[in-house]
Each structure stands twice: as C-alpha cells, then as structure tokens.
Ligand binder design. Structure first.
Ligand code: P6P
Length: 347
C-alpha cells in the first residue's frame, strides 16, 4: 500500500499522516538498511540534544567550556557535550566508520566498524551555539558519504565534491524540534512529539518558493564584502519596483535562517571578505554546513552557491575548509551569482 503524499495546502497544513520516522524510513526504496540505521542514530542523538537544551539552563550547563576549537572559536559547554553525544551514538557499532565534526580537529576513525560498505558521517553537532546562552535558535547539521573500500586512514575518498553525499539534513531546535533531511529524492520534515519521543512526519517533498521576501546576512560585515555582495544587499534594500522591498531576518544560526528559506523562500548569505586568511573565504564550513544544506536546497528546487559556482561541485582541500555561501531560492541565488561575477569583473 503506498501512503498518500502529504500535500501542503498553502501555509495551512493537512494533518500529519501520523507516520513515525522509523516507519517512513522503511517505506522508501532508496533507503537501505545501513542508511536506516544511520538516520535513526542521528535522530537518537538529536533527541538527546533536544532534551539537554531544554534543561541546560536549569542544570547550569550554559556558558563557555573555557576551550577554543580548531577554528579559534570559544567552545560552549554544550558544543562539547553535543559532539560527545554523536561519538557515543555512532561508536556502538553500525555502518559509520569515520566521524568528521566541527568540534574535532581530526577525523575519528572507528576502525572496528570499517567494512566494504562503510559511511563517513560529517556533522556540526550544535550550529549557532552562540545562541545557547540566550535561548536562541540552534541546530545540528549532518551529511552521509560512502567510504571507498581500502581507504585505511586516508581521507582522499571523503575529500570529494558534495555531489558525493548520499544523505544530508539538519535538526532545528526551536519551539519545536524538527528533523529535515533528504536521501536524494526530495526533502522530508519531521517534528518531535515530546509526549511520545517519536519523530512524526510533518511534510514531504518540500519545495522551496522560487523567490522570497527575506534575506539573511550579518550586515555589520558589509564593508568587508566584495562588490557583488554589497550590490546584492543594495538590491534587496532598494525600491520594491526595482527588485527590492525585502526584510532582513538573521538569527545567528545557519540552520534557523535556512529553514525559513526552505519553507518561505528567500536567501541566506555569508560572503567572502576582502581580506587575507580566514576572512577571504567567509566563515561557514563546506563539508558539514554548506554542502549538506546545499543538497537540501537543490532537492527542494533552490540552489546553493559559493558566489561563482555551485557549492556541491567544490572539492575541499581539507575537512574544515571554509567557503562563501549564497543559499536559498533559485531566483535570489542566481542574482547573487550574476552580481558577484559582475562585481569581480569590475574590480
Ligand atoms: P556571525 C554559527 O557560529 C555560524 O557558524 C552559523 O550558524 C551562523 O549563521 C554564523 O556562524 C553566524 O556568524 O559572524 O554572524 O556571528
């Protein structure tokens, strides 16, 4: 029996099909047993993080850990704790043999789990963690890639374009905890029912509006951007009859800003900066932030770009490589690319 596809009727939603994540995973031909186990383990880690975030203030678990990560960013207590939740969830057996995390300088090789059909899991356990202490939006981002047989400790097979991802998704910890992912045949969203601890299907085959009304960027950095990025934001803030009239919505968590684009349309951008070192490529990391969300964007009919090319075609030089990012509705991303190219040709 094929389940009726849940159709979104405008913004009002038909009642969820009351289908659990576990059952949904088993109705999809593209999802084999190893990927089912992997996505269910992600969901388990997300539930633990969701529960902890709800109680952290009461338990005195907010604030900084006192350490700095490989990116030079202060590590929140919950960053480190969330990363350990993932390590624990995937070290107890299963098809994942390599963990690559924003919070780990080097990959974690789970050698005992390496077989011919192993996966690498790439993740940011707690995205937007500067929001932790102010009860703001937070997320988890993940991607799954197949490992090539005989990889050993080499990462050559993982350091490939994002088109190699076989699954990608995120959790958004907001008023509700949502899990949104794709395995390459459309984007599905689940909402965690606190009463049962089950992820319930909320929407499937989500399509991103081709154009939105909001843009998301840290505009305080405008003086450091290339001309194309400035021209793009000038367009959004200009007269409505000249393609402007947009509103700025920026929450400090990539996942939260992306989720708004996925459902309502619009664009998130974190441009590169005219400076040396880190700034020249912007802030966001390709392998466990930009590539996973770019897969989702494309699967929903949107786009993910680095300003002069498709983000999913970028081959990383290292696991923590940063890239500029313009992601969201197809029309806004195409405009971003156009203005970026024009800006560079003039400078
Ligand atoms: P800024 C969070 O640290 C993050 O990686 C993204 O989730 C977020 O969009 C961005 O950085 C915010 O950066 O420079 O605006 O604080």
């Amino acid at each position: 029996m094929t389940e009726p596809t849940l159709e979104a009727k405008g913004k009002t939603m038909t009642k969820p099909l009351m289908m659990t994540l576990d059952r949904y995973l088993r109705t999809r031909e593209r999802i084999g047993p190893e990927l089912i186990v992997t996505i269910e383990s992600v969901a388990h880690a997300v539930k633990r993080i969701s529960n902890e975030l709800a109680r952290a203030a009461l338990k005195g678990e907010l604030g900084y850990s006192g350490t700095v990560n490989v990116h030079g960013e202060e590590v929140e207590k919950l960053d480190a704790w969330s990363d350990k939740v993932f390590v624990d969830a995937f070290s107890a057996g299963g098809p994942v043999c390599t963990l690559i995390s924003e919070e780990m300088d080097e990959p974690r090789h789970l050698k005992a789990q390496c077989t011919r059909d192993s996966f690498a899991l790439l993740y940011d356990p707690l995205d937007g963690s500067s929001n932790t202490d102010v009860n703001g939006a937070l997320g988890t981002v993940f991607a799954v890639r197949r490992r090539k047989p005989g990889h050993g400790d080499s990462l050559a097979d993982v350091l490939a374009a994002g088109t190699e991802q076989i699954a990608a998704g995120y959790a958004l910890y907001g008023p509700a905890t949502m899990l949104v992912f794709t395995v390459g045949d459309g984007v599905s969203a689940f909402v965690l029912d606190p009463a049962t601890g089950k992820f319930m299907l909320w929407r499937e085959k989500i399509t991103m509006p081709p154009r939105g009304k909001t843009y998301a960027v840290n505009q305080a950095n405008a003086a450091k951007w290339h001309p194309g990025a400035r021209a793009l934001v000038d367009r959004f803030t200009g007269p409505k009859d000249q393609g402007g009239g947009y509103s700025l919505r920026y929450c400090g968590a990539f996942v939260g800003d992306f989720h708004r684009c996925l459902l309502n349309g619009g664009i998130f951008l974190y441009p590169g900066e005219i400076s040396s070192g880190r700034g020249s490529a912007g802030k966001l990391r390709l392998m466990y932030e930009v590539a996973p969300l770019s897969m989702l964007a494309e699967q929903a009919g949107g786009a993910g770009s680095i300003g002069h090319g498709r983000a999913l075609e970028v081959v990383p030089g290292n696991i923590h490589e940063r890239v500029p990012v313009y992601i969201g509705s197809a029309e806004e991303v195409a405009l971003a690319d156009k203005l970026e190219v024009e800006g560079r040709s003039r400078s």
